[in-house]
Design a protein around this ligand. Structure first.
Ligand code: SF4
Ligand code: SF4
Length: 447
């Protein structure tokens, strides 16, 4: 079975929601669209207060090479353009739209514009990439990298492997799994569209062995496909990390200074491939995403398709209420997710799972001194020395942190997970990566 060195196998918690079919949530209340729903330059607002907008209309345009369109998920009127907070706790420009509940589609999009599952074969590679760009598609695996850029590397003819990431190794998350079960035909057609974009590549759908139903049904669907196959991965966190996945399947190595395309590989999440199919064939742009709501604080944990722009609190109150006030809310999985302070914020393309727990387990742990057990080193998938990096973090030694390759840390949380002294390793590395990069930049500039 395909795998990588290091990693951990945390409590999975997937049984809570893995059999829950995706529930479609209708937009309700005021809709708020941030201009930074992707990695790269924030989009530039292209509507004014008072404008009437349609569903699927571009309301903010890319403002740099790495940037993406922002589309309205409702029809209505632009009420204001103002700074608002996101679930990540950052503030950015947001377009606030009063939903008119008429669902009036933009001329370019809508179910009545859908084409047949074969008609796209007449499209050129450039046309497919243009549609993906228009649809505002970004990577839905967490990074939110604009997909039209990823689909268009300079060496696209040299790309020999496209990995479809269905590992979903984070505990509790089941939205990709539901996509692989409920949208399997769309996923396979999306893979065929990617074959047109990368004509010399084979497509490998990579799934951990704890998802046998997805492996079986997709293997049946692709049995006669020459260039699409299923790869079974060992269940281990962070198997779905881009670098770990590439290494596990191709034995090629990528670091923070190298793009996957430089080793002739492209990685796309299953949700992103379904979004590509939706845009190209169903003519539905990226207006929302499937998220898993799980944890003992939810009355109805499950998988929900939530429109971008909808307020988290509105969603919780109307659709997925708490049974008790949670002491811990996490945006994302338990390994890489971040604690949420305020839910009065909008869903975005960057939204991930929402986990809510009645108790905060971390409350009972006390941090004690390092006992040099080296467990953190054994599990680090990047072969780093977390205990030494932590010493640098505590004394703010940026040069030494860089010498230890601390900037290569992928913030996976494995070291923190196994540390018997309960040391907040990953949390410190996040801060150190930022500060060390700033230090090195200033040093290079001679400051
Ligand atoms: S796992 Fe924790 S206690 Fe053990 S060496 Fe690493 S930092 Fe120290
Ligand atoms: S040092 Fe970074 S990459 Fe290594 S285990 Fe810790 S968080 Fe993961």
């Amino acid at each position: 079975m395909y795998t990588f060195r290091g990693g951990v196998h945390p409590f999975e918690g997937k049984d809570i929601t893995e059999d829950k079919a995706v529930i479609n949530v209708s937009p309700k209340g005021e809709m708020v669209f941030a201009v930074d729903q992707h990695i790269g330059a924030p989009a530039t607002v292209c509507v004014n207060v008072g404008d009437v907008v349609k569903k699927g209309q571009i309301i903010a345009e890319p403002s740099g090479f790495i940037s993406a369109n922002i589309l309205s998920s409702v029809s209505g009127k632009v009420k204001s353009i103002e700074d608002r907070f996101s679930i990540q706790g950052t503030k950015s420009t947001c377009i606030v739209i009063e939903n008119d509940n008429l669902d009036t589609w933009d001329e370019k999009w809508g179910p009545d514009k859908a084409i047949s599952d074969d008609a796209w074969k007449e499209y050129t590679r450039d046309k497919i990439i243009e549609i993906v760009k228009d649809a505002g598609i970004v990577g839905l695996g967490g990074a939110a990298f604009p997909t039209h850029i990823k689909l268009n590397p300079k060496n696209f003819e040299e790309i020999d492997t496209v990995l479809i990431n269905g590992a979903e190794c984070e505990p509790y998350l089941t939205s990709d799994y539901r996509d692989m079960i409920e949208s399997k035909d769309s996923l396979i057609c999306g893979c065929k569209i990617l074959q047109k974009v990368f004509p010399n590549a084979v497509i490998k759908i990579c799934i951990e062995d704890n998802k046998p139903s997805a492996i079986k049904s997709l293997a049946e669907l692709t049995a006669n496909e020459e260039k699409i196959s299923i790869v079974t991965l060992k269940t281990k966190y962070p198997q779905g990390g881009e670098r770990q996945l590439i290494y596990a399947v191709t034995k090629r190595k990528v670091n923070s200074k190298k793009l996957p395309s430089e080793v002739n590989v492209i990685v796309d999440n299953v949700g992103t491939v379904v979004a590509i199919y939706d845009a190209v064939v169903r003519r539905i742009p990226l207006l929302g995403r499937v998220i898993t709501c799980s944890g003992d604080a939810f009355l109805k944990p499950g998988n929900y398709y939530v429109p971008c722009g909808m307020n988290y609190l509105t969603f919780i109150n109307e659709t997925c209420p708490f049974i008790a006030t949670p002491k811990k809310i996490i945006n994302g999985g338990t390994m890489m997710g971040t604690a949420v302070a305020d839910l009065d914020v909008p869903f975005s393309k960057k939204s991930n799972a929402l986990l809510a727990f009645i108790e905060d387990d971390e409350d009972i742990y006390e941090t004690t001194p390092c006992i040099n057990c080296k467990r953190c080193m054994d599990v680090c998938p990047i072969n780093l020395m977390p205990m030494s990096m932590m010493k640098c973090a505590l004394s703010l030694q940026y040069e030494e942190y860089n010498r230890l390759n601390g900037l290569e840390c992928i913030e996976c949380g494995c070291c923190t997970y196994v540390c018997p002294a309960k040391r907040p390793l990953t949390q410190n590395f996040k801060m150190m990566k930022k500060k060390t990069s700033e230090y090195l930049k200033a040093k290079e500039a001679g400051k």
